[in-house]
Ligand binder design. Structure first.
Ligand SMILES: C[S@@+](CC[C@H](N)C(=O)[O-])C[C@H]1O[C@@H](n2cnc3c(N)ncnc32)[C@H](O)[C@@H]1O
Length: 284
């Protein structure tokens, strides 16, 4: 009697296991679309749903140089495909923010199908009310005016954050790079540090032969111009995220400054008269 109860329990347990295994195996896009089947072009809160084609999704994530260290947010995630690829193929943590709750349920189901629920979350929310300030990469496929509404928030993000947009630009904020596929075009921007103002650079090595110098910087997005103390124009000034690089003529030679901006401070390697040493720049 006891043995019979045991074997019945074992049979029930095995059947349950087989059911779980079958259920896990059986999940496919078709199963998810039984929950909800979206139609390309269907309306959305601020923009319709049109999915980015797979090849371009991959190229966008490559353009942003996504790695497992990144946190990617797709704003207006649709069926979650950008977030899911960021997690599956690039190993990143990814979040898709989508307004339509049915699309969210579909995206969550597709994240399960892809086996990435440990790294990828598809959340219901309005992109204009959701906090995505911990993103290191932001992807967009919206509309020109929506990009412009997001632009001030994007420009306040940590310098070095990468923004990739399918099809639409950021008006006069010029892209840093772009990519194409048969299905479309995408743009990359790297959020620049804020460097405008007057800076004094002081050598950290007490035995440095040359002393402090001053530089005035003007900035339009990632474009930087400026002058050194004697009014000479800065040359080849470049700003990429927190990294700044420029040169200026001085005492018959060219001084080169290559630094990393951190708020009102720049830690820089300065090459003057063939010698490189560390300087700290402070905004006056
Ligand atoms: C053009 S689709 C892009 C989908 C996905 N990012 C892709 O590239 O495949 C835009 C998506 O944004 C969603 N959406 C529109 N307004 C939104 C808002 N204010 N907040 C969140 N999602 C929104 C739409 O429902 C739609 O799924």
């Amino acid at each position: 009697m006891h043995m019979r109860t045991l074997s019945i329990a074992r049979a029930v347990f095995c059947a349950a296991l087989m059911f779980v295994a079958w259920d896990a195996q059986a999940k496919s896009r078709e199963d998810c679309e039984k929950i909800y089947q979206p139609q390309t072009g269907q309306s959305g809160k601020d923009v319709i749903w049109v999915p980015t084609e797979d090849t371009l999704v991959e190229k966008m994530l490559q353009l942003a140089k996504v790695t497992p260290q990144d946190k990617v947010y797709d704003l207006g995630a649709g069926d979650g495909k950008i977030a899911i690829m960021a997690g599956k193929r690039f190993g990143a943590q990814a979040v898709g923010i989508e307004y339509n709750p049915d699309m969210v349920r579909l995206g969550q189901c597709l994240a399960e199908v892809a086996g990435v629920t440990d790294r990828v979350t598809i959340k219901q929310g309005d992109i204009f009310e959701t906090d995505f300030s911990d993103a290191t990469v932001v992807t967009l496929y919206l509309l020109p005016d929506l990009n412009l509404r997001l632009r001030p928030t994007l420009l306040e993000m940590k310098p070095g954050t990468r923004v990739v947009s399918h099809s639409f630009t950021m008006a006069e904020w010029e892209p840093d790079a772009q990519v194409s596929s048969d299905s479309g075009h995408a743009y990359l921007w790297i959020v620049p540090a804020k460097v405008a103002g007057e800076w004094t650079f002081e050598p950290q090595d007490e035995k440095a032969r040359e002393g402090a110098f001053r530089v005035k910087l003007e900035q339009t997005f990632q474009q930087v111009h400026g002058t050194a103390a004697d009014n000479s124009q800065l040359m080849e000034a470049k700003l990429e995220g927190p990294r700044i690089d420029f040169r200026f003529p001085e005492a018959g030679g060219v001084t080169r400054v290559a630094g990393v901006v951190n708020g009102d401070r720049i830690e820089a390697k300065v090459t003057r008269n063939g010698r490189t040493s560390t300087y700290i720049g402070r905004r006056i």
